[in-house]
Design a binder for this molecule. Structure first.
Ligand SMILES: [Zn+2]
Ligand SMILES: [Zn+2]
Length: 85
């Protein structure tokens, strides 16, 4: 008889589309197309339940410089790695 072992639950990644934190969903940043979302205002991330701990979900560390950890999404990494800086 196989007994159900109490395994530590792994956190499930939840990929999804989130509002771009860097441009706050506007698709524009300082009158230019947002480099993070490419102007769509949304970005697909690997895990939308996890905010970036580095930038605290803001998408940037200093004004004008997208967070290099999350690629400016404010969450985890963007699904498309081409958008990582
Ligand atoms: Zn954006
Ligand atoms: Zn970040």
């Amino acid at each position: 008889m196989a007994e159900a072992k109490a395994e530590p639950k792994k956190k499930q990644k939840v990929p999804g589309e989130v509002k771009c934190s860097y441009c706050d969903g506007t698709g524009k940043h300082q009158d230019q197309t947002c480099v993070v979302c490419g102007g769509s205002g949304k970005v697909e991330v690997v895990d939308m339940t996890q905010k970036c701990q580095w930038c605290k979900g803001r998408g940037y560390l200093m004004k004008g410089i997208p967070c290099t950890v999350c690629g400016g999404t404010g969450f985890t990494r963007p699904v498309s790695k081409q958008r990582l800086f």
